[in-house]
Design a protein around this ligand. Structure first.
Ligand code: URA
Length: 264
């Protein structure tokens, strides 16, 4: 492998300053040549290809996509986040501002899963930070869980343009990240917020109304499905049933177990 030259290092450092500092990008810094860094930058859409530089689709090999086996063997959440930061497994990396990996306690008892980042999340690189996120914080507090005590993430790690529905190929490309996140965190319960997260995790087309009130399983982990906080902002009448769903979670954490976790 060619050693990095000074120009490549400067470019890579500028890139790092704009994005999450991560192991993956640090590797880029250590090993890339100027040509490789320029190509990588152009492929992210963050900078225009340098004048006279070979366009990425004109014979140059594009940045290699992160493989499912790399994802499955990530040792910790930091290494996994680094893979997400350089991920090109679907086209959403072209339009996103920031990847939104997820955040929270590394061994949280509860993992909250939403659909996909929205504008505020894309701007900040953090999950559930807009109005829906503020409501999520209050819902969690209502069962004694400060935001920092849980782990919060989404099915998709990149924002779909104009918040359109995620496409099946985007879900398929991103699913290994969620699986690995769960395997590393080993939560006692997953809360699926909204029909999209619930249907994706439970691989069903059932209506959310039918999925609520029962404890399901995803990859061996108990799953409780409830309304998305954004839906609650539009339909405040659903706050009460959501609170009831969250009581199932509270009961599980308090040791009631899944068998008793039913609502009427
Ligand atoms: N909606 C989601 O599903 N996830 C977020 O992170 C924000 C809004």
């Amino acid at each position: 492998m060619n050693p990095p030259d000074a120009g490549a290092r400067t470019l890579a450092r500028a890139f790092l300053e704009q994005t999450l500092s991560s192991e993956g990008n640090a590797l880029l810094l250590e090993h890339a040549t100027r040509e490789q860094v320029l190509r990588r930058l152009a492929s992210t859409g963050r900078v225009a290809p340098a004048r006279g530089a070979t366009p990425p689709d004109a014979g140059a090999s594009p940045a290699p996509a992160v493989t499912a086996s790399e994802i499955a063997s990530a040792r910790d959440l930091e290494s996994l986040a680094a893979l997400v930061a350089s991920c090109t497994r679907c086209t959403l990396h072209e339009s996103r501002k920031n990847p939104v990996f997820g955040e929270g306690a590394a061994h949280a008892r509860v993992v909250c899963v939403g659909e996909a980042p929205g504008k505020h999340e894309d701007d900040t690189g953090r999950p559930f930070v807009g109005r829906a996120g503020q409501l999520l914080d209050r819902l969690l507090m209502s069962i004694g869980l400060p935001r920092t005590s849980v782990y919060i993430c989404n099915v998709l790690k990149s924002r779909p343009p104009r918040n359109r529905d995620p496409l099946p190929e985007e879900v398929a490309a991103c699913a290994p990240y969620l699986l690995r996140q769960l395997a590393l965190i080993e939560p006692e319960v997953i809360i699926a917020f909204g029909a999209f997260a619930a249907r994706t995790l439970l691989e069903t087309k059932s209506a959310l109304g039918r999925l609520r009130g029962t404890v399901h399983r995803y990859s061996g982990y108990p799953v409780v499905a409830t309304y998305h906080p954004a839906a609650l902002l539009r339909n405040p009448g659903w706050i009460r049933p959501t609170w009831e769903d969250l009581q199932i979670v509270r009961g599980m954490l308090d040791g009631a177990g899944d068998r008793e976790a039913r609502i009427g």
